[in-house]
Write a protein that binds this ligand. Structure first.
Ligand code: FES
Length: 101
């Protein structure tokens, strides 16, 4: 059964880009989306760009390589709804971010 694993402190996550963490051998990008923290797989399905280095626009991450955009909560591509990046459940407790992988 999967469980929540501590990934970072909430204050380590920048306002305008992501923070890369590795949990259970998976690269995961943490982002702030308004007051919420979101966790999305780091690898862009287009050509493997690092989503953790992407910018943010209206709740979406913009891949730094060719600009594909993915909703931070659902992982769905803004351009092609058939393309989706895995997203992970997040909880924040006492300033620590926990991710369920
Ligand atoms: S690798 Fe992400 S848009 Fe091309």
């Amino acid at each position: 059964m999967s469980e929540f694993i501590r990934a970072a402190s909430a204050d380590e996550i920048p306002e305008d880009t992501g923070k890369l963490v590795e949990i259970d051998g998976q690269e995961i990008a943490l982002f702030k989306s308004g007051a919420e923290i979101c966790a999305i797989h780091n690898i862009c399905p287009h050509a493997g760009g690092p989503l953790s280095e992407g910018g943010l626009r209206e709740g979406r991450v913009i891949c730094p390589w060719h600009g594909w955009e993915f909703d931070l909560k659902s992982g769905v591509s803004a351009f092609n709804p058939a393309i989706k990046v895995p997203v992970f459940k997040v909880k924040v407790e006492n300033g620590s971010v926990f991710v369920r992988v």
